[in-house]
Design a binder for this molecule. Structure first.
Ligand code: RB5
Length: 148
């Protein structure tokens, strides 16, 4: 798969752990920064990562900040992005099965690299269930359109 990954300084070290892990499994990882632990602003990196999905270069996006919360809030302001903060394998599965999330957010200060790898694997192995969940996603899209 083509996977975009982006982080602020709070998620930098987790991003650096995930890149070789995913490449080792044969995925093409597009690293959208940041490139150090120097303080940066997470909305900028939400935009860079999600831009790769919206531009068709990535199949989905992994976003990392200190908690996963700030970068997910920013990502969810971008039309067409559905980002879920994942702090367990169960949530990771459900954000794909029910929400068809095209981005997942992880907390570099709250989630160990080992758990983060399990979370990413769970998300990637899950399948969207459609049906009533598609109806709800369609309503989210309508909400976006009403904000324009
Ligand atoms: C940065 O210090 C921190 O606020 C950020 O990484 C994130 O946790 C925000 O939600």
């Amino acid at each position: 798969m083509n996977i975009a990954i982006a982080a602020d300084h709070g998620g930098y070290s987790l991003k650096q752990e995930l890149i070789p892990y995913l490449e080792g499994k044969g995925h093409n990882v597009i690293d959208c920064g940041t490139d150090s632990e120097e303080s940066v602003d997470y909305p900028d990196f939400a935009e860079k990562g999600c831009g790769k999905y919206l531009g068709g270069e990535a199949d989905f996006v992994i976003l990392c900040c200190g908690t996963g919360v700030g970068i997910s809030i920013a990502a969810n302001k971008i039309n067409g992005i559905r980002c879920g903060v994942c702090n367990s394998v169960q949530v990771a599965r459900l954000v794909k099965q029910h929400n068809n999330a095209n981005a997942i957010a992880l907390g570099g200060r709250t989630t160990t690299p080992e758990l983060a790898k399990e979370i990413v694997d769970a998300y990637m192995s899950a399948e969207f269930m459609g049906g009533r969940h598609q109806r709800r996603i369609d309503k989210i899209t309508e909400l976006e359109q009403r904000q324009k």
